[in-house]
Design a protein around this ligand. Structure first.
Ligand code: ADP
Ligand code: XUL
Length: 558
């Protein structure tokens, strides 16, 4: 039998280049965490003057970007921090990473020569500062491309046709519509671009000192890749922007080697020159790997800057809501996902307004209010939402005569405000009622066998307790709430193993006998309690969806 063990003494490094920070997790050969580090963009790199890692362009509706160079500088800084913590870089056998999905980087013509000849005595940012034809990268929070989405859908025969071809209908934040907008509005910058990378393939490019491929999984978040053939769709490229194919480079499976680490890192940080860079992928797909999600009955919810809910499916059913990506660690199945823009930043906004900027006060309100919130339902959109497609605005309703036994005789009254404690409960219950409803509509398991929670807000037990009652199932967690960098480290090990075997090997080979003894082990975090409450939430969810449908009819994007 083939030996699938990892070399004892070696390390596997995973990054997570996300909206607000760059994080790193290092696993040893027994898949236990040996080091973690974080660079927070706002506080560690204040000279970029970002707020929550981004710039909100007040002059263009929905335009949200991040300075590309900040991500570069963050990489040098996190490696420097890891070096200070005495991490032995020479033991790292492979590196992979997660990028916030959809965001794009525009490399100026000629940059490949700068990238491949970096001077290890100088910081990265100073050397790459002139390498981008667009200085600020459009990111997943951007919603300024509605026109481009409509045009692309129309040109390929409609939204469902695009979803059938690529796994998703056109979404404002997806890379194809973003590129089309740049092509239309900044043609000189588009012409001056020799390569367009995703955040994931961008960071991999820096590490190998050459342009890395886009991986099949993150590539499915662009509205450009034929999901069946895992190749660029010529038909869609043509209707997106002229001359696009040559700017995109090739696609590669997520488990493939992108290249060996460049001399810059060998000399500056003492990486081993044989250290492999495994293709980076999207943060949500890598979380799926890090949470070891492998049964179609299980769902994960990630409560980071965005909120996402995702699971596994054996088939690709085209839909007008949600996304289908190739599973990054299994060549035979898909990842299915829903994404909400109003996640942690919206919860923080309500915490700041109603709970004196304190999670402790926020939690005391959750503890001192009753589940179901006396029929108070809130819709909080600090940013233009994806699900449902509603503009910025807050909407509050009270269900009168809501006895929780049936919806007969229930009257809906709109109000302008709730008391502080009810507002806090409403933002939490509202989000998970919406998630459950849309997950069911998308065909995700209901109730799931298990729900695994991750992301910054999964550290909050009060929130997880509401999640359990609303979804009606147990909620689990892994040791680290950053499953994206954890999953990237695991994928680094997986890619290393595939490379050693000369073929794809199932990721389960890495941990089939000892998952419980690794940092990937899931532990119970919250239980749903009584079934009667779960049933009452089911009724409340139905009413919420009715109200949501009215709001979409009145205010939503078509
Ligand atoms: P990213 O998507 O950028 O990787 P993270 O997963 O690191 O985001 O999550 C960051 C968010 O976690 C913060 O914006 C913060 O609101 C949220 N968070 C952190 N601790 C708590 C807590 N105790 N309760 C609720 N939210 C929290
Ligand atoms: C997924 C999405 C977000 C980003 C956040 O479609 O837009 O979850 O990946 O980093």
């Amino acid at each position: 039998m083939e030996d699938h063990s990892l070399p004892q003494g070696s390390y596997f490094l995973g990054f997570d280049s996300s909206t607000q920070s760059l994080k790193a997790t290092v696993l040893d050969a027994n898949l236990n965490i040996v080091a973690r580090e974080i660079v927070n963009f706002d506080s560690d790199l204040p000279h970029y003057k970002t707020k929550d890692g981004v710039y909100r362009d007040a002059s263009i509706n929905g335009r949200i970007v991040s300075p590309t160079l900040m991500w570069v500088e963050a990489l040098d800084l996190i490696l420097h921090k890891l070096q200070k913590s005495q991490l032995d870089f020479g033991r790292i056998a492979s590196v992979s990473g997660s990028g916030q999905q959809h965001g794009s980087v525009y490399w100026k013509k000629g940059s490949i020569s700068t990238l491949s000849s970096l001077d290890p005595t100088q910081p990265l940012a100073a050397q790459l500062s002139g390498s981008f034809s667009i200085k600020d990268s459009p990111i997943w929070m951007d919603s300024s491309t509605t026109e481009q989405c409509k045009a692309i859908e129309k040109a390929v025969g409609g939204a469902l046709e695009l979803s059938k071809l690529t796994g998703s209908r056109a979404y404002e934040r997806f890379t194809g519509p973003q590129i089309r907008k740049i092509y239309e509005t900044q043609p000189e910058a588009y012409d001056a671009t020799e390569r367009i990378s995703l955040v994931s393939s961008f960071m991999a490019s820096i590490l190998i000192g050459s342009y890395a491929c886009v991986d099949h999984t993150d590539g499915a978040g662009m509205n450009l890749m034929d999901i069946k053939d895992r190749a660029w769709s010529k038909k869609i490229l043509e209707v997106t922007a002229l001359g696009l194919e040559e700017k995109l480079g090739n696609l590669a499976p997520a488990y493939a080697v992108a290249g060996s680490i460049s001399l810059y890192f060998v000399e500056r940080y003492r990486f081993d020159k044989n250290c492999l860079i495994i293709q980076w992928s999207g943060d949500n797909p890598n979380s799926l790997a890090g949470l070891t999600l492998n049964s179609p009955g299980d769902l994960a919810i990630s409560l980071g800057t965005s909120d996402t809910v995702f699971g596994i499916s054996t088939e690709h059913k085209p839909s007008l809501e949600g996304h289908v990506f190739p599973n990054p660690v299994d060549t035979n199945s898909y990842m299915v996902m829903l994404c909400y823009k109003n996640g942690s930043l919206t919860r923080e906004d309500i915490r700041n307004r109603c709970a004196d900027s304190s999670w402790d006060i926020f939690n005391s309100y959750l503890q001192n209010t009753q589940p179901l919130n006396g029929g108070k339902l809130g819709f909080y959109y600090k940013d233009y939402e994806i699900i449902p497609p509603l503009p910025v605005g807050f909407h509050r309703f009270i269900l009168e005569n809501f006895t929780s036994e049936s919806l007969d005789g229930v009257k809906v009254r709109e109000v302008t405000e709730f008391d502080a404690a009810s507002e806090v409960r409403a933002v939490i219950e509202g989000q998970f009622l919406s998630m459950r409803a849309h997950a069911e509509r998308f065909g995700m398991p209901s109730p799931p066998t298990r729900l695994i929670a991750t992301g910054g807000a999964s550290n909050n037990e009060n929130i997880l307790s509401s999640v359990a009652s609303i979804f009606g199932c147990n909620v689990y967690k892994i040791q680290s709430s950053d499953s994206a960098s954890m999953g990237a480290a695991l994928r680094a090990a997986h890619g290393w193993l595939c490379n050693k075997s000369g073929k794809f090997v199932p990721i389960s080979c890495l941990f089939s006998y000892n998952l419980e003894k690794t940092s990937l082990n899931c532990t119970l975090a919250a239980s749903p309690g009584d079934q009667e409450l779960v049933n009452k939430y089911t009724l409340l969810m139905k009413k919420r969806i009715e109200i949501e449908n009215h709001l979409v009819e009145k205010l939503g994007r078509v």
